[in-house]
Design a protein around this ligand. Structure first.
Ligand code: ADP
Ligand code: MG
Length: 320
């Protein structure tokens, strides 16, 4: 059934009651009214997803609702910020009520899991596109910046890398989607889990951090240039899931782990003296963590494989 703009807002979005005490006024008026806790900095980030660019045509709306919020929450995690609020701008070709309902279910389920309130948004007609802005808190001076990595610091990543790229490749190659490993990998693309808790563990303890959205090499490169340093990374140490390794060749899965985006794991650097306690705390949260190399003087990323220099086929995703 197709509904008008106001009917959709009234049926799907206006009934969402705020749960947080810091939302003075949520959806329904010209603006939301929010109370920033005193003594905290407000961290803000926005991400847009366009059909055919960030997700395939016909993508499951519930997964899209999850994913659109997840990629924005991932930016807060990479900053060490505690998420609080989100706003949502939806552009759709028509008012497909069932689609919006499913989208909203996916969005709100993840929002609830991270104690985030959806406090406003916009709805317009056009090719499918979703923008989500998120707002979070961080004590002054505690945010995890890209700058701060120092020669000698360890480089580490959470979870496993390359899974989402593998999932997309499964679909593109027409591999059997019902195959358990391909289903796991595609799920990693569909429903990335923002590393909110890990970001809070890292805050004040890691020297730099970024979330891996465009591929490890490219995103680690942002830490290196912001920090004015180089690095040495051992490619074989980059953690790959059993599902990725059993679905693709060693070379293919390595390429995905190094340059495939969309996993939304965190890459961080830290003083080696902090690593063991950080690792214990992350593992205590159920988040795997692997050291993959070290920050070095200079400005180059030296990628090694079995003791030799290694050049991957691609270094990651770029729009332009
Ligand atoms: P305006 O014309 O002032 O932009 P709208 O009619 O677009 O107001 O929106 C009415 C209310 O519904 C506002 O509070 C707005 O934040 C909220 N809203 C509109 N679209 C969405 C959406 N996609 N998700 C959440 N809230 C929305
Ligand atoms: Mg509006």
């Amino acid at each position: 059934m197709n509904l008008g703009e106001f009917q959709i807002i009234d049926s799907e979005f206006r009934p969402i009651a705020p749960r947080r005490g810091d939302v003075r006024l949520g959806i329904g008026d010209d603006c939301a009214l929010l109370t920033v806790p005193s003594g905290q900095e407000l961290a803000i980030s926005i991400d847009t997803m366009v059909e055919g660019v960030h997700f395939p045509h016909g993508f499951d709306p519930r997964s899209l609702g999850h994913r659109a919020l997840a990629v924005s929450l991932s930016d807060l995690a990479a900053m060490g910020a505690e998420p609080a609020w989100a706003t949502l701008s939806l552009t759709l070709p028509d008012g497909d009520a069932e689609w919006v309902h499913d989208f909203r279910l996916g969005f709100v389920a993840l929002a609830d899991a991270h104690s985030v309130d959806l406090v406003g948004g916009d709805l317009t007609r056009g090719p499918v596109s979703v923008s989500v802005q998120v707002h979070g808190f961080v004590p002054p001076g505690m945010a995890l910046l890209r700058a701060g990595a120092t020669p000698g610091h360890l480089i580490a990543v959470t979870g496993t890398l390359g899974d989402a790229a593998g999932g997309l490749a499964c679909i593109r190659d027409g591999r059997n989607r019902t195959d358990e490993d391909c289903a796991y990998l595609f799920r990693r693309f569909e429903r990335p889990e923002p590393r909110t808790g890990a970001g809070l563990v890292l805050r004040g303890r890691a020297s730099a951090a970024i979330d891996i959205s465009d591929g490890l090499i490219q995103d680690l490169g942002h830490i290196l240039s912001a920090s004015g340093v180089g690095a040495e990374v051992e490619a074989n140490r980059v953690p790959r899931s059993r599902a990725l390794l059993s679905t693709f060749t060693d070379d293919e899965s390595l390429q995905m782990a190094l340059a495939g985006g969309d996993d939304y794991e965190l890459c961080f650097t830290c003083d080696p003296g902090n690593y063991d306690s950080l690792r214990n705390d992350l593992i205590g949260q159920g988040v795997g963590v692997t050291a993959i190399g070290r920050i070095a003087p200079g400005s180059d990323l030296a990628l090694m494989r079995n003791g030799k220099g290694f050049a991957p086929d691609s270094c990651g995703f770029r729009h332009f």
